[in-house]
Ligand binder design. Structure first.
Ligand code: RIB
Ligand code: CA
Length: 312
């Protein structure tokens, strides 16, 4: 029986790659794709989700949620890495905007309709998830599982020395979600940074004669250029696809029960994920955190997932 999932995304090229895999993955039933501001402003994120789904034309179209403005302005400008439109300037066409309902309503309705059956895969700031839990606290115990890309255990942040981007964009939302009684899994930078989509791997992706290949060849070259210019890297991170692999192939990941909280006020540390690893921790374990993975198999599973998408 395919796993019912909702993907909450801020596309972003790595969100887009994860959507290419998820929308054609036979073990997943993507019932909704909900937009959230992060790599690009909320309205652009909604437009990008719509454009990606249209371009991919999956066997079953998901419901689409529209991103609404966060409670506080996005603190980070993702254009340096993701371009003006969040997708490297691909400026994908959108036939018609179908996203009529706010993301938090789409998520809440889907979870309430299928209690304890829906996995939410959160690949952007946790603004929508926190709103769902704040507006209907009962839903924290009705979500099947929450799998999140975000945070960092021991490594540096990627948007500040202390913070990872998704948490940094809305630390109050992240704290609300991390401290909620929902079943949570976190895939942090310590794991996702290990995977680089190199030029060699790019050459193994579907060609532009397929819907998936046409989308990837439109949005990834600018990402490679941005990574080379900004980081001197000959390749790009694919954080969200690694997190998606943890939802599809959890057996490829090493998980550890941990106690986490989020710094929300520090001048230098706002958005930092803090783990209590003292010999006698005072904080209760509240999250399963990925601490390792079978990297080679994860990469092959990602490439295979994109090949499956191209066959449809
Ligand atoms: O820090 C990586 C995360 O921030 C990814 O989800 C990427 O898409 C950006 O949102
Ligand atoms: Ca993302």
């Amino acid at each position: 029986m395919p796993k019912k999932v909702i993907l909450d995304v801020d596309p972003g090229f790595d969100d887009a790659i994860a959507l290419c895999i998820a929308l054609f993955e036979p073990t997943l039933d993507v019932i909704a794709v909900t937009s959230v501001g992060g790599n690009c402003p909320p309205d652009q994120a909604t437009r990008n989700v719509q454009a990606i789904v249209e371009q991919l034309d999956p066997p079953r179209w998901p419901r689409i949620g529209a991103a609404s403005p966060p409670d506080c302005p996005l603190p980070a400008d993702g254009r340096y890495q993701f371009g003006e439109d969040g997708l490297g300037g691909a400026n994908l066409d959108v036939a018609e905007l179908r996203a009529r309902h706010p993301s938090e309503k789409v998520i809440a309705d889907a979870v309430r309709a299928e209690p304890n059956s829906v996995t939410i895969i959160a690949l952007g700031p946790l603004t929508n998830i926190a709103r769902v839990f704040q507006r209907d606290p009962e839903l924290t115990s009705l979500v099947g599982e929450l799998v999140m890309m975000g945070g960092t255990i021991d490594g540096p942040g990627n948007i500040t020395p202390a913070a990872e981007f998704n948490i940094y964009c809305d630390p109050e939302a992240a704290r609300t979600v991390f401290l909620s009684p929902s079943t949570k899994t976190l895939i942090p930078l310590d794991v996702t940074n290990q995977v680089i989509l190199s030029f060699d791997l790019f050459n193994r992706l579907p060609d532009a004669s397929t819907n998936v290949g046409k989308l990837l060849h439109a949005i990834l070259p600018p990402a490679f250029r941005a990574y080379r210019q900004r980081f001197g890297l000959e390749g790009i991170h694919v954080h969200d696809s690694v997190a998606l692999m943890a939802a599809i192939h959890p057996e490829l990941f090493t998980m550890r029960e941990m106690a986490v909280d989020v710094e929300t006020v520090g001048e230098l540390t706002r958005g930092a994920t803090i783990f209590d690893r003292r010999r006698v921790p005072a904080w209760r374990h509240n999250i399963a955190v990925a601490t390792g993975m079978d990297k080679a198999t994860v990469i092959e599973a990602m490439i295979a997932g994109l090949a499956t998408a191209a066959k449809r």
